[in-house]
Ligand binder design. Structure first.
Ligand code: SAM
Length: 179
């Protein structure tokens, strides 16, 4: 919690939240990852690792998870907490370059990035990179605090298959799954 607050004070726009996600929200996010698929799950913006922990608990192998997190302080904590997971310090807007070493398919991108609080060009670059790196049959899972169901961005050729409200979170959130 302390590391989350520290990162929030240093970079409120990038943190985009006052508290880490609740276990209810983290469980809902992880529940939409299709298990036992060939390839890797990429988590964007892991923060203190609440969703990372749920990915592991739900059965995703640590060797099949790659985390991308921009805050150096949080990366340090994540590496200590999850020594078996590859944690990359970097900007999700450079996702393709950051994952150049990975030859396996990325079948899921699970993101807590605060797209609505980031500058629009940055949010758009991130979405373009997600589109480039996600496999054809892949899933993009994202939560938002916005209850406005209109997508504020367009993901060409994507379809939203789930939009579920999670009341047990501060603030309440909505989980979206795109294919
Ligand atoms: C709302 S917090 C979510 C933290 C955690 N996953 C949770 O749900 O509690 C957003 C996280 O995204 C990270 N972040 C923001 N912009 C980023 C970017 N462009 N690339 C990678 N990580 C970013 C922040 O440092 C922060 O840890």
């Amino acid at each position: 919690m302390y590391s989350f607050l520290k990162a929030l004070i240093h970079n409120p726009r990038e943190m985009g939240a006052i508290f880490p996600s609740s276990s209810f929200l983290a469980k809902e996010m992880a529940a939409h990852v299709v298990k036992n698929r060939e390839g890797v799950v990429v988590e964007l913006g892991a923060g203190t690792g609440v969703i990372t922990k749920e990915l592991l608990r739900s059965g995703v192998q640590p060797s099949n998870i790659i985390v991308v997190e921009s805050s150096a302080g949080l990366v340090k904590k994540l590496r200590r907490r999850f020594p078996a997971i590859k944690i990359i310090e970097g900007n999700a807007a450079e996702l393709v370059a950051l994952l150049a070493f990975e030859k396996r398919e990325v079948h899921t991108i699970i993101s807590s990035l605060p797209l609505r609080s980031l500058h629009k060009p940055m949010a758009e670059s991130i979405l373009q990179q997600i589109n480039l790196r996600l496999s054809d049959e892949g899933r993009y899972i994202q939560y938002t605090y916005s209850f406005n169901e209109d997508p504020f961005f367009s993901l060409a050729n994507y379809q939203r298959i789930i939009s579920k409200r999670i009341w047990m979170n501060l603030p309440p959130a909505r989980v979206e799954v795109w294919v």
